[in-house]
Design a protein around this ligand. Structure first.
Ligand SMILES: Cc1cc2nc3c(=O)[nH]c(=O)nc-3n(C[C@H](O)[C@H](O)[C@H](O)COP(=O)(O)OP(=O)(O)OC[C@H]3O[C@@H](n4cnc5c(N)ncnc54)[C@H](O)[C@@H]3O)c2cc1C
Length: 350
């Protein structure tokens, strides 16, 4: 394998400025690659980590933290189509660059590959080193609703960038107990680094909350393709502090951006609460909904497959059900009570 002996991990952050939940998963995969190749583990980010974050990175064995010297845009395509990270590759690109399969990684990783000549493998569920004499990288990708796994084997002739789907490693991604390294911080770029002591706090924004980080999601489908239904869905999401998402037809027909589509060919989510409105529950949609603590389905068809996955099903017309739920939530009733009142059922919803 050629190139500098480094594995890079991008430090994704949520809108509150905290490290994203799956940074540990990225570091877990990166650490095992580093052990196999004797490579150095480097973290990249757009701001200097806090003391606690540096301690966490040190436990993972991160040797260096490189800071991009300016805030990165949420949609880097706005920056004339070039990856803002391309300059960092320089003459010594890493062997492997791991990014989260979130809204940022989905845009930046392919751009980085295009700018640096790296190979890009999107949405992997794991990445390991082949144990042969000439080490190769093997990236696993789930297909057909996770019924099959395809393995992509890559030699080391070019750098590789992958995006790792959130939850792929899961709870096993715990850092080792002891501090392995004391990472050093390198700042790149002319502009000052944003302060980590005074992060910008954004309230949950249903329009832009990253689906991978959203604990609550309200998703709508073909049953809700009218301006009235969409505004009811938006109001329900606002009251719940939830992100708005949709099925593939909702994206195909322009009711949501493609980044808000959930399913096999969209985002994979693990919310605590998932509310569906006018979604039938097709397998390709449900492939993107991983173990929600509570799934509440609103659908006018009692035979809709979504009810097979729901903790609480409300059979009814959304134009009648949603205003009633919204009114109850506006009166301060918890969702469980409001939804159960609609059905007469007992619910375990929050
Ligand atoms: C290769 C492949 C990949 C795919 N990837 C995805 C993916 O990533 N994500 C995805 O979502 N789909 C995906 N699909 C499409 C998927 O198979 C389904 O076609 C799609 O999920 C259906 O979307 P829907 O539930 O919005 O629409 P429908 O299946 O048409 O369901 C609409 C529902 O709304 C209900 N309804 C209608 N009016 C009302 C009302 N007034 N009140 C309440 N309920 C009402 C109906 O009873 C119905 O159940 C993929 C398909 C293929 C072939």
């Amino acid at each position: 394998m050629s190139g500098a002996a480094e594995v890079w991990v991008w430090l994704s952050r949520n809108r509150e400025g905290a490290l994203s939940v799956n940074v540990n998963e990225l570091l877990y995969e990166a650490r095992s690659l580093c052990r196999r190749f004797g490579a150095d583990l480097t973290a990249l980010g757009d701001r200097e980590p806090t003391t606690a974050e540096m301690e966490l990175l040190g436990r993972w064995g991160v040797g260096a933290v490189r800071i991009v010297g300016r805030a990165l845009p949420l949609h880097p395509l706005c920056e004339d189509g070039r990856s803002p990270l391309a300059e960092l590759a320089g003459a010594e690109p890493p062997r492997v660059f791991l990014m989260a399969d979130d809204a940022f990684g989905k845009v930046v990783a392919p751009l980085w590959a295009a700018d640096t000549g790296a190979r890009f493998v999107p949405s992997v569920s794991g990445i390991t080193a082949d144990a042969s004499d000439e080490p190769k990288i093997v990236a696993a990708r789930s297909t057909h609703g996770e019924q099959f796994e395809s393995l992509v084997t890559l030699d080391g002739s070019r750098p590789i960038v992958v995006t790792l789907i959130p939850g792929a490693v899961g709870e096993g991604a715990e850092p080792p107990g002891a501090l392995a390294r004391n990472p050093r911080v390198q700042v790149r770029g002319a502009a000052p680094v944003r302060s980590v002591d005074a992060p910008i706090i954004h309230p949950p924004d249903p329009e832009s909350l990253d689906l991978a980080d959203a604990e609550r999601i309200v998703a709508f489908g073909r049953g809700g393709f009218t301006p009235q239904a969409v505004s009811l869905v938006a109001r329900l999401a606002e009251l719940l502090g939830a992100a708005v998402a949709g099925s593939r037809p909702a994206a195909d027909e322009g009711w949501i951006p493609f980044s808000r589509q959930i399913g096999l060919t969209g985002a994979i989510v693990r919310p605590k609460l998932y509310v569906t409105v006018g979604i039938s529950g097709a397998p390709y949609h449900m492939a993107g909904v991983k173990d929600p603590e509570t799934l509440i389905a609103i659908n006018s068809d009692p035979e809709a497959p979504i009810f097979g996955s729901a903790d609480l099903g409300i059979v009814g017309d959304l134009y009648r059900v949603l205003p009633e739920l919204i009114a109850r939530l506006e009166r301060g009733e918890p969702l469980a009570g409001a939804a159960a009142a609609e059905t007469g059922a007992a619910a375990k919803a929050p």
